[in-house]
Design a protein around this ligand. Sequence first.
Ligand code: FAD
Length: 260
Amino acid sequence: MSTEPAASTLARPRTRPAWHVATVAETRRETPTAVRLVLDVPTWPGSEAGAHLDLRLTAPDGYQASRSYSVAASTPAAPGSPGQVVLAVDEVPDGEVSPFLVRDVRPGDQLELHGPLGAFFVWRPGQSTRPVQLVAGGSGVVPLYAMAAAHAAAADETPFRLLYSVRTPDDVWFADELAALAGPTLALDLVYTRRAPEGTADVVGRLTRESFAARVLPAAERPRVYVCGSTGFVETVAGWLQELGHAAGDIHTERFGGLT
Ligand SMILES: Cc1cc2nc3c(=O)[nH]c(=O)nc-3n(C[C@H](O)[C@H](O)[C@H](O)COP(=O)(O)OP(=O)(O)OC[C@H]3O[C@@H](n4cnc5c(N)ncnc54)[C@H](O)[C@@H]3O)c2cc1C
């Protein structure tokens, strides 16, 4: 008997995330500089909390540009109903792709998505009973919001904390959703770097190593830590975590680009 695989097996591509055609169902202002995009995706298989995808735009002359975006929420396609993917995009001044997504995309427009992608920066219900510390800077909250929402939806009892650094109260992404999650299932700690909510005594300013250490779970509790934001934010926070005694293997990072 031959051990050669059949020609059809050789010709079959390995299973890999597919390209999907998405139709914009809704656009909503998220913050003064960011927009939320709700996309209908008839072939979307669903995604784990923390996953991302590649979004591709094609110009009329055929020029293409793609960028990665984290999935804030998604539901898989089912017979008779398309899947849905929620993204949130911040406008990077002079950027190639994000200004178009924030300013020009309208309901009915079509975009191409490749994914879901990313197996390392995900949180799965029941994965571990160790506490989870999430640390977000600005737009970096997107995959961490997905994790917090999945944690609540699964009624998972793992302690969850989110330390979220934003410039002002107007810059909080998923503000209503995070406020609804905050409480027994999510310890939410907002840090304002430029302006705090009126009438509060919150200290305004960037996190320092000392203020960070006072606000996150200590290394002795062996939390699994997920950090997401600009490259500069993530590298600073990851450095502090290691100095505070967190094992490198417990620190999961996702860098969105940019320095601040
Ligand atoms: C895994 C992953 C997930 C991501 N998820 C999100 C998300 O959910 N929401 C979101 O808004 N962005 C997200 N990003 C960032 C996104 O992929 C783009 O980098 C961003 O939208 C800028 O693209 P652009 O084409 O407008 O800018 P570009 O034309 O690529 O860059 C223009 C200039 O801006 C700088 N720059 C690039 N990215 C950033 C940034 N994030 N902050 C500041 N400066 C930057 C570049 O170095 C360059 O100087 C993610 C990135 C990765 C790798």
